[in-house]
Design a protein. Structure first.
Length: 120
């Protein structure tokens, strides 16, 4: 088994665990990481997070202060962007990057074009 495959699976498992405990995983690229992105989570109290994690995740975690919060991250676990949800796409032009441009608003009468029925 390729070690990078195991890291991808470990990243997915830890991400699920974080989300199950109401944390919001995020992409992080810290000092000395050469521009690589990894799994991270921003917290107010590191102790609360550590109480929710398995020993291996605690042992391999790194942290950096970010003002009043702390980013806890795992440099060996790659960031895997979540799959987009259907409501993330414009329902008129089907573009994820649509900013609700004039053609979409005019076609639907919906201010943000992100789901629901067009306005009458």
């Amino acid at each position: 088994m390729d070690p990078s495959d195991e890291n991808v699976r470990a990243s997915a498992r830890l991400r699920k665990r974080l989300e199950a405990n109401d944390y919001t995983p995020r992409e992080y690229s810290g000092r000395g990481m050469g521009g690589k992105s990894c799994l991270g989570v921003t917290v107010d109290f590191v102790g609360d997070l550590l109480a929710e994690l398995p020993k291996e995740a605690i042992r391999t975690a790194k942290q950096d202060a970010m003002g009043r919060q702390t980013i806890v991250y795992w440099p060996h676990l790659p960031w895997i962007a979540p799959a987009p949800k259907p409501e993330d796409f414009c329902r008129v032009c089907s573009e994820k990057s649509c900013d609700g441009s004039r053609h979409c608003r005019a076609a639907t009468g919906d201010e943000d074009n992100r789901g629901g029925a067009p306005r009458p």
